[in-house]
Design a protein around this ligand. Structure first.
Ligand SMILES: *Cc1c(COP(=O)(O)O)cnc(C)c1O
Length: 403
């Protein structure tokens, strides 16, 4: 086989469809976020990021940066091994205690990313609970889908956020161990699940609940414990999974739950066992970030204010965006080529960076610009973004309808 010819032909198809991904190259400048340097060939310009998952700017917070720098100086760069073989640092344990406390759980287990935590925990639970069935919301993230697939457990997909459908499907499964897997904030539409109803349905059927709070930790609840904290439901959810890479601004993933469950995952999950532990400096920085957001509401309040302001300004200019109760503002374009083109013009002509979101991240025909306002966006930043979008809307005559 001519492997390279195959690679190129497949990529050409992707390009023809408008789904080929081009990464914008940026350099985050400590202290000036959300302004970043954008590299375009030899050209370097300053642009404003409107699509960051560092939702609260914690990646630049002095406490977080200081913790990381000091720990690198004290402990060096890497962990030096897996958790089992010489890489287990006391900073990992402190971080796990911080996380268990964040969600009011007995224990936590760290992973190298949120993706790995979902993949490893779901694949292990599905494989190691005899005769288990995993009931998965149809909107679940790729990391959950891959974990479930890898577990080889039976899988039942329930309609997105539809607890009545979940109820019917749980009933149909009958007397087997059941795991209900879902998210709190769905990151592409920004919608929030009906958590109380889902939890009550799962409880009625004796199912284990597995909740991905990746887009909510740090941002919702009085201490940043997520939607489950905000709604007083954390104690009724068996496993809460999260990331250290989004609102906490660092990198890493975790699960929290009973001591026995975390020990079970720690002892059997391949994606936990056979990989180098997170650098101690990462653990220290994440701990500092979580601690800060447990006692400071300033960032959350400011973010909420920015989100409300941008939504109101978009409404005033007739720019359609999907309604939701979260911090995520999707502006629907519905075409991959147009979506990419708009994003390119925003970057080149307006110094506004919003990455186009195309298939397979979202279904074909629902391509969008996904905007994530943060506490560090100024009024002037918002004015400029709205001005840019309004001007493009006029030029491109995109249908003024929300998909
Ligand atoms: C980003 C994301 C993850 C993965 O988290 P990382 O720490 O970035 O690997 C998991 N679940 C959801 C819903 C996500 O959006």
């Amino acid at each position: 086989m001519d492997f390279n010819a195959h690679f190129k032909a497949t990529l050409d198809t992707l390009k023809d469809e408008g789904n080929y991904r081009i990464f914008a190259e940026v350099e985050r400048q400590c202290g000036s976020f959300p302004k970043v340097k954008h590299f375009n060939g030899d050209d370097v310009s300053e642009v404003t990021v409107w699509c960051s998952n560092d939702y609260l700017g914690m990646g630049h917070h002095p406490d977080v940066v200081d913790a990381m720098v000091q720990t690198v100086q004290n402990c060096g760069a890497g962990a030096g091994g897996t958790r089992n073989i010489s890489g287990n640092n006391n900073l990992h344990r402190l971080l796990e205690e911080e996380l268990a406390d964040l969600h009011g759980k007995e224990a936590a287990t760290l992973f190298t990313s949120g993706y790995v935590s979902n993949w490893a925990a779901l694949s292990m639970l599905g494989a190691k609970i005899p005769n288990a069935v995993i009931l998965s919301d149809e909107g679940n993230h790729a990391s959950m889908i891959e974990g479930i697939r890898h577990s080889r457990a039976d899988k039942v997909i329930w309609k997105h956020n539809d607890w009545r459908d979940l109820d019917r499907k749980l009933k149909a499964v009958g007397d087997r161990p059941k795991i209900v897997a879902f998210e709190s904030v769905y990151s592409m539409d920004g919608d929030i699940c009906p958590m109380r109803e889902i939890v009550e349905v799962a409880e009625a059927h004796g199912a284990l609940t597995y909740l991905d709070e990746v887009h909510a930790v740090g941002m919702y609840g009085p201490r940043g414990g997520g939607i489950s904290e905000e709604r007083g439901l954390a104690h009724r959810i068996d496993l809460i999974e999260g990331t250290l890479g989004k609102a906490f601004g660092v990198v890493g993933g975790y699960i929290t739950g009973t001591a026995a469950m975390c020990d079970f995952v720690r002892s059997f999950a391949s994606g936990f066992i056979f990989t180098t532990a997170l650098p101690p400096a990462v653990a220290a920085a994440a701990t500092a970030s979580i601690r800060h957001l447990k006692q400071s509401d300033v960032e959350r309040q400011a973010q909420r204010d920015r989100v409300a302001k941008l939504r109101a300004r978009l409404d005033a200019r007739g720019i359609p965006h999907m309604a939701s109760d979260s911090h995520i503002i999707p502006v629907m374009i519905g075409d991959p080529v147009k979506c990419k083109m708009l994003s390119d013009i925003l970057m080149q002509d307006w110094g506004v960076y919003v990455q186009p979101i195309n298939y397979p991240t979202v279904p074909k025909g629902t391509e969008r610009l996904r905007i994530t306002p943060g506490p560090l966006h100024s009024d002037a930043d918002i004015d400029h973004l709205v001005e840019a979008l309004a001007s493009l809307w006029k030029q491109c005559a995109i249908a003024h309808a929300v998909a």
